[in-house]
Ligand binder design. Structure first.
Ligand code: NAD
Length: 562
């Protein structure tokens, strides 16, 4: 393995000049080291590159200009995605430089929503393999297969079983696109070193008949494993990964609820892991609510909160808000009584006569069953309304105005994704409340002009949270991820919303500051790890400086031959 350690840039801060083992075409064909036309004259002389690249040395800035020209030439979002992934496979530094400089524009291409289309088309647009696949037919060999990956140090593994990719359902092994996209955001937003990331698909089969009958589908063409067979396969992966990369953080991504909750419960105290759909969403939503309270006044523990949607995202958010209420002095049970959940059947109650899924039980009310949202709003008079139902149009004018009758500044978060699934639009919410609403969406909404004032809707995007949490956990060598880490991440994010944003009803900071946000969240996460005694690395004197020194920067580091 020694040879491989030399392949990549190990630590930019420690090594201003990077010794590299590769020369010539090997160097050009290594996307982590490749600079394309950007190799310096000295590198061309020393590393056998003369004649293999065009004569004129390009700066990274000029290369970015070329990428921009070519990107703009692509006429569809899917073509833009393919272009970005080809660049990703060719020259990672240039890819991340372009991505970071244009984060708000490009994120919807490499992540939701366009990555969804890319996953749906995965077998048809496939060009080269990235990441690792572990499939049913290879069970028993996972540990051996892991040796095929050249890196001995991995910080973050994003793993999906492809069972619920975004809101698109079962995409089987085509879910790889989501693991790749998420890790690109870890690198761009938090500076996780690119060679220390590993996208993974656990191919347990698929129940998607269209995929099974598609000759270009790349996964196993049988039904999904279930029961013990499923959990045994996941366990083989986790055990092997822990053995091969003992310090790696495993992020569970886009698993269906029936597996997402049990897997998190099974591993959260034993393995460094978390589920972004549950915990990351909870954290970013809590941050938005804390930001809203800076506008509306009042304590978290005084709020009455109605949720439309009681899936992993809704319950994850509620659990995080409960943690906040408990910190303000409520008992867990008292805090839970301040929530009213509505699922596809109506208000979640113990009295409605069906068997509730386990994750809903803590929030089931003993009250009389109410079938519809409007009646719940009439009865409860909520201060906060959260949409996580994927039911577009379900926050009607009547519902929002009924809420506004009882509350001067209603807080409405329509978090379902993509935009077409949003419970209402930002424009509707401002118009129906005469600008009184504090609104945030799950997808981006354009600023809204209403009665001469500009309102800028915030976006409850998980990318505010998970990169910083991952960075913090890996920098201090945390043994596990605790809910307190997501809680402090939310508080840190809420505290970084500038006052002038609040005057235009914006409850999240600008994504332009994402690296600063991630660094601060990472520091808060490290502090929790040190307080809870679960950090493996000794506490540095200046934590923020230390965290920042560990962040990858997309710049060309000079190379010298080893
Ligand atoms: P899920 O499938 O686990 O849950 C959906 C919930 O909606 C279920 O409880 C279901 O019963 C309920 N529902 C369905 N039809 C309904 C109806 N007509 N009325 C009331 N409830 C209904 O999905 P999830 O993972 O919880 O995600 C839900 C939504 O939240 C998705 O649109 C997802 O994109 C979005 N989400 C947003 C963010 C974010 O903004 N940061 C993060 C995660 C998820």
């Amino acid at each position: 393995m020694k040879r491989h350690l030399k392949r990549y840039i190990v630590d930019q801060s420690a090594e201003p000049v990077q010794p590299v083992a590769e020369r010539g075409l090997d160097l050009i064909h290594n996307p982590i080291l490749n600079k394309g036309s950007g190799f310096s004259e000295k590198e061309r002389d020393e590393l056998g590159l003369r004649g293999l690249v065009p004569p004129r040395v390009m700066s990274l800035e000029n290369q970015v200009k070329r990428v921009r020209e070519n990107y703009n030439r692509k006429t569809t979002d899917l073509e833009k995605y393919i272009f970005m992934e080809s660049l990703h496979a060719r020259n990672e530094t240039l890819y991340y430089r372009f991505l970071l400089e244009n984060l708000e524009e490009i994120t919807p291409i490499i992540y939701t929503p366009v990555v969804g289309t890319a996953c749906q088309q995965f077998g048809h647009i496939f060009r080269f393999a990235r990441g690792m696949y572990f499939s049913t037919s290879e069970r028993g060999q996972f540990r051996k297969i892991m040796n095929h990956w050249p890196e001995d140090e991995i910080d973050i593994i994003v793993v999906t079983d492809g069972s619920r990719i975004l809101g698109l359902g079962d995409l089987g092994a085509s879910g790889m696109g989501i693991s790749i996209g998420k890790l690109a955001l870890y690198v761009a937003c938090a500076g996780i070193y690119l060679h220390k990331t590993l996208p993974v698909v656990l191919d347990v089969g698929t129940n998607n008949e269209d995929l099974i009958s598609d000759p270009l589908y790349l996964g196993e063409t049988h039904k999904r494993l279930s029961g013990d067979e499923y959990y045994d396969m996941v366990d083989e992966f986790v055990t092997a990964a822990r053995d091969r990369w003992p310090l790696a953080l495993i992020q569970w991504e886009d698993f269906t609820n029936d597996h997402a909750f049990p897997l998190l419960e099974k591993y959260r105290d034993k393995v460094l892991c978390f589920n972004d759909d549950i915990q990351g969403t909870g954290s970013v939503a809590l941050a938005g609510i804390l930001g809203s309270l800076r506008i509306t006044g009042g304590k978290l523990s005084e709020q009455r909160i109605v949720f439309l949607g009681a899936g992993s995202a809704g319950i994850g958010i509620a659990d995080m808000i409960v943690a906040g209420m408990v910190e303000e002095g409520l008992l867990v049970e008292e805090a839970r009584r301040r929530f009213w959940f509505i699922d596809s059947r109506g208000l979640v109650t113990t009295t409605r006569g069906d068997k509730l899924a386990d994750h809903k039980i803590p929030y089931a009310r003993d009250d009389e069953f109410i079938p519809a949202l409007l009646e719940v709003v009439e009865k409860v008079k909520p201060t906060i309304l959260m949409g996580l139902s994927s039911q577009p149009g379900s926050f009607t004018k009547e519902v929002i105005q009924e809420m506004n009758k009882h509350v001067d500044r209603p807080v409405v978060f329509a978090l379902s994704n993509p935009t077409s699934k949003s419970e209402c639009t930002a424009e509707q919410a401002y118009a129906w409340t005469d600008g009184a609403v504090v609104f945030a969406g799950g997808s981006p909404f354009d600023p809204v002009e209403y009665n001469g004032k500009t309102y800028v809707p915030g976006q409850g995007n998980n990318m505010y949270i998970f990169p910083g949490v991952g960075l913090g956990a890996t920098v201090c060598g945390a043994k596990k991820i605790t809910d307190s880490m997501f809680f402090v991440a939310a508080k840190t994010l809420a505290s970084m919303v500038p006052d002038d944003f609040l005057t235009r009803s914006t409850v999240y900071p600008s994504l332009k500051n994402i690296r600063e946000i991630s660094a601060n969240i990472a520091v808060a996460v490290c502090e929790v790890a040190y307080d809870e005694g679960i950090a493996r690395i000794e506490r540095p004197d200046n934590l923020l400086e230390y965290v920042k020194s560990k962040m990858f920067q997309p710049v060309y580091v000079p190379y010298e031959a080893v």
